[in-house]
Design a binder for this molecule. Structure first.
Ligand code: GLA
Length: 389
């Protein structure tokens, strides 16, 4: 049985099979390069994955939602009144769903009633592949479609970010929700987060595969550390603005930054800004390299990105550093770096296609040796974004 058929069967068993029952999907994402740039006015280069959250829903004619998540059966059926939602930072799956309803209402996208829903994820949660953004975007497409709300898919992405910032207390940028909402099969999304202009870049790797390696490490404090990084970057920007006419760190090239970095008073903030500026420039170069079919150059920039995230932005962790360093040793690895917010989660590596199995075996052996943990692997094939099925 396909995943969505399983969800449909569960929906009918829980909530009955009458009425207009609809199916939806929203993917997770992997970011190829451009990390911690999306709240710094920089560029990102993610693609949507073929894994994510599936949902089956039917609208109601009162203000009640009844939700069941097959991924977390112990939570049972969650019931709530959509006119009585209140922000919290619990970060449970239904908080992400509720936050989106709340965000729609706050932004003039009226949600006239509740809905019954069953969902199921086929992706790992808490692994830096944006399972939460995928829950937000599946919620957004459900609302948009069930209640025929006049809005674009970019609006859906923005509502996901708004809800995560204002309802769930996580100051994330727009990358994850944008990738989940706007993904396109066989393409990565080159997004300028300062202007929200974007372009789809074909990912037609002929001889390579994109391999995601899950460290299986989850960092409990990732949320607060993330919000700290954001604040430190903003403080650095404020110092730079005393001498430069810029709106974001993304406005700076390397030379201008280096000529002015001494005005950043705090040394930690200086390291953060250094990363944000150089990572944004690396992203521009990486996209150019990919367009020129220079995958080796792309890989080198990925490696540099990891080092900068490790040393300057300080969002890596020993396990991610081991995964990246072990990958760099392998002659058939083109590039490897941590992906997503960090403090655990996954690396993304570009590997010669015929060596994908050798890669998995080598990394598993080294990682088990050094950490006692067994990594998991996923082959990333860039896929379409959130949609009704
Ligand atoms: C998390 C956030 C994104 C982005 C990345 C780091 O995934 O949700 O907005 O900032 O971290 O690039």
């Amino acid at each position: 049985m396909s995943v969505i058929d399983e969800v449909l069967a569960e929906f009918k068993a829980k909530f009955g099979d009458e009425g207009d029952i609809r199916s939806y999907f929203a993917p997770g994402r992997v970011n190829l390069i451009g990390e911690h740039t999306d709240y710094n006015g920089g560029h990102v280069f993610p693609c949507a994955l073929s894994m994510g959250n599936y949902a089956v829903a039917r609208k109601r004619d009162d203000n009640i939602v009844r939700w069941y998540n097959m991924t977390y059966p112990k939570d049972g059926v969650k019931e709530a009144d959509i006119t009585k939602l209140a922000p919290n930072d619990n970060g449970v799956w239904y908080d992400y769903q509720q936050g989106v309803i709340w965000a729609f209402e706050k932004n003039g996208f009226h949600v006239p009633a509740g809905y019954d829903m069953v969902m199921l994820s086929d992706m790992p949660a808490g692994s830096g592949l944006s399972a939460s953004a995928s829950i937000e975007e599946v919620a957004a497409v459900i609302l948009r479609d069930l209640f025929d709300i006049d809005m674009t898919m970019v609006d859906c992405a923005v509502m996901g970010q708004y809800s995560e910032n204002e309802y769930n207390g996580m100051n994330c940028g727009i990358m994850d929700q944008f990738a989940s909402a706007m993904g396109k099969k066989d393409h990565a999304i080159f997004l300028d987060t300062a202007t929200m202009e974007y372009e789809y870049v074909p990912l037609n790797l002929k001889d390579e595969k994109i391999v995601i390696t899950n460290s299986k490490v989850k960092h409990a404090l990732a949320g607060s550390a993330y919000n700290d990084r954001r604040r430190e970057s903003e403080e650095a920007l404020a110092d730079l603005q005393t001498v430069l006419d810029i709106k974001t760190l993304g406005d700076l090239d390397e030379e201008t930054y280096l000529a002015n970095e001494s005005v950043i008073k705090n040394e930690i903030n200086r390291k953060r800004a250094h990363h944000a500026v150089f990572e944004n420039q690396r992203t521009l170069k990486a996209v150019e390299a990919l367009r020129a079919d220079d995958i080796e150059a792309f890989g080198k920039l990925m490696n540099e990105s990891h080092i900068s995230l490790r040393d300057d932005y300080e969002v890596s962790c020993p396990e991610l550093d081991i995964l990246a360093a072990e990958a760099w040793k392998l002659p058939y690895v083109v590039g490897s770096r941590m992906t997503g917010g960090g403090f655990g989660g996954c690396t993304v590596s570009i590997v010669k296609a015929d060596k994908a199995d050798a890669f998995k075996a080598a990394i598993t052996k080294a990682y088990e040796n050094e950490t006692g943990k067994t990594p998991e692997f996923y082959i990333a094939d860039a896929a379409d974004g959130a949609r009704r099925l």
